[in-house]
Design a protein around this ligand. Structure first.
Ligand code: ADP
Ligand code: MG
Length: 238
């Protein structure tokens, strides 16, 4: 696993600045949630950690490497999106194996990693099925399986549950936390849902308009919000 250090990071699209001097330290194995209203810059920050956006200022380090100029494939991260876009013409097993095959991984290793992911995620009964034959929760598990098989140092989640119904969201929250307790992979999880943040995070980063309002453990934010924005955001029902 690895620590992640986001130091004084800024981002501009053309002349529009969307992130200002953002610093977050994420310890090895920690589960950190970035939370804030739509448009505040959560996805942009996560995509910069993933290497999908360039960094306009500051540095991002994963482990002991500054990764600002490393392409996504060299960063040892795996990302799970809201629209997890499984390959429709591949089975569950093939979906999970694909990224490893692209990287010319030894077939025996591919087999072992896919088996392990299927065990962890209870996907064994569905390995020969196609995505259209799965429920929303099962598809989400396959998306996580594709991330797990790569044995990344860091997991990045961008609102992975927002397409699921309320009941399934609660269940998947628990499953993702259990997965984290089992694998202890350093995780950055983005959501606009404060309940998700409060129940899942070791540490919450509250963002607004491209800036950090407060960083702290869930109870700390609840007991001692730094300002009215944090108090209102954390205290309001989702
Ligand atoms: P969040 O994920 O918190 O909803 P985003 O990171 O997606 O917010 O967006 C932050 C801001 O950056 C928004 O104002 C958005 O319109 C802008 N933005 C995001 N991506 C781009 C882009 N590729 N080009 C221009 N502006 C962008
Ligand atoms: Mg977003």
């Amino acid at each position: 696993m690895a620590q992640v250090a986001i130091s004084n990071v800024a981002k501009a699209f053309g002349t529009v600045k969307v992130l200002h001097d953002v610093s977050v330290d994420i310890a090895d194995g920690q589960f950190v949630v970035l939370v804030g209203p739509s448009g505040c810059g959560k996805s942009t920050l996560l995509r910069m950690v993933a290497g999908l956006e360039t960094v306009s200022g500051g540095t991002i380090a994963i482990g002991d490497r500054v990764v600002n100029h490393l392409p996504p494939a060299k960063r040892d991260i795996a990302m799970v999106f809201q629209n997890y876009a499984l390959y429709p013409h591949k089975t569950v097993e093939q979906n999970m194996a694909f990224a490893l095959k692209l990287r010319k991984t030894d077939p025996a290793v591919v087999k072992e990693r896919v088996k392990r992911a299927a065990d962890i995620l209870d996907l064994n009964p569905y390995l020969k099925r196609y995505p259209r034959q799965l429920s929303g929760g099962q598809r989400q598990r396959v998306a996580m399986g594709r991330a797990i098989v790569r044995n990344p140092q860091v997991f990045l989640f961008d609102e992975p549950l927002s397409n699921l119904d309320a009941k399934l969201r609660v269940q998947m929250r628990t499953e993702i936390k259990e997965l984290h307790q089992r694998l202890k992979t350093t995780t950055i999880y983005v959501t606009h849902d404060q309940i998700e943040a409060m129940t899942m995070a070791d540490k919450i980063v509250v963002m607004r308009d491209g800036r950090i309002e407060q960083i702290g453990a869930p109870l700390e934010l609840f007991d001692r919000p730094a300002n009215l924005f944090v108090a209102g955001f954390i205290g309001s029902p989702s």
